[in-house]
Design a protein around this ligand. Structure first.
Ligand code: GUN
Length: 280
């Protein structure tokens, strides 16, 4: 049987370490999560982020703006958070309502407070191999891979998915860890053949159980970023988990990557707080 990579347990350990570091600071790192409108999944995510932050000793608050908020109003809110010295991290929860330009909102966040790592400056720093704030989910995946004991240097890594939030930054982090990286996606010819070559397989396409057992190389380490709902309402990942027994290790869904994303948001907020207040 494949070893289970327990993200819930690893995230709990990381949060405890972060809480101890926060407790030793002479200030409370401040996080503001901005939610616009009523996307139901976002409501759950934002509550979980806020609770985890408070439990670890951060000064966290959620700013819930109405669905009708204009783009100009949102940008003005972000500008006021940029200027607020108590705020170390700003996260604008996605998706935003359709009448708001998402890229404009992302670009409005001060890059030093950009704890999502989505700002083009941080994305560019990552792509250039320079230090900066890194998106939370890929950062969490790197912790899980470290925990797995997988050799990264020289290994073939396949990232399935090319989103701004996961796939692209994930590929950059794996490259930085000396993997030989392929980015595949829904339009890739013979996806199965690409996957079968991978020693490290990170699935982030958002298609329920798309990665079949036969696509997984024996002994591969599989990280499943997907959270999908089956027709019967149950949750599943992008990988057919039940067919992956021949992998060396695999993350479950739920309980794999999801908890790590939240822990890494706190890690980014602490990093941002220390970097900004040291520079001040
Ligand atoms: N919506 C889904 N995932 C994310 C994330 O990592 N950050 C933000 N801001 N919104 C999201």
């Amino acid at each position: 049987m494949a070893r289970l990579l327990d993200g819930k347990a690893l995230a709990a350990r990381l949060r405890a370490t972060l809480a101890a570091r926060v407790a030793a600071l002479p200030f409370e790192p401040g996080l503001v999560v901005v939610r616009v409108g009523e996307d139901p999944a976002s409501g759950v995510y934002v509550r979980n982020k806020d609770r985890a932050a408070r439990e670890a000793g951060f000064a966290s608050r959620t700013l819930h703006l109405p669905e009708a908020t204009t783009e100009a109003e949102l940008l003005a809110t972000i500008a006021s958070l940029n200027a607020d010295d108590r705020v170390d991290g700003i996260l604008v929860q996605l998706p935003l309502p359709a009448h708001v330009n998402t890229q404009a909102a992302i670009a409005a966040v001060d890059p030093v407070k950009d704890v999502d790592g989505f700002h083009p400056l941080n994305a560019g720093r990552l792509a250039s191999g320079l230090p900066g704030l890194v998106p939370c989910t890929p950062r969490g995946v790197m912790h899980l891979l470290a925990e797995s004991g997988a050799r990264l240097r020289g290994a073939r890594a396949l990232v399935l998915g090319r989103s701004q939030i996961v796939g692209r930054p994930m590929a950059q982090l794996l490259l930085g860890a000396d993997c030989t990286v392929t980015v595949a996606h829904s339009r890739t010819d013979d996806l199965g053949a690409e996957c079968r070559r991978a020693d490290i397989l990170v699935a982030a396409v958002g298609r329920a159980e798309m990665v079949k057992g036969g696509w997984i190389k024996p002994g591969a380490v599989v990280v499943d970023v997907g959270i999908n709902r089956r027709a019967d309402g149950t949750l599943c990942g992008d990988v057919a988990f039940g067919e992956a027994g021949h992998a060396a290790a695999i993350t479950p869904v739920p309980g794999g990557v999801g908890p790590m994303t939240i822990a890494c948001l706190l890690e980014n907020t602490l990093d941002a707080a220390i970097a900004r207040r040291m520079a001040a």
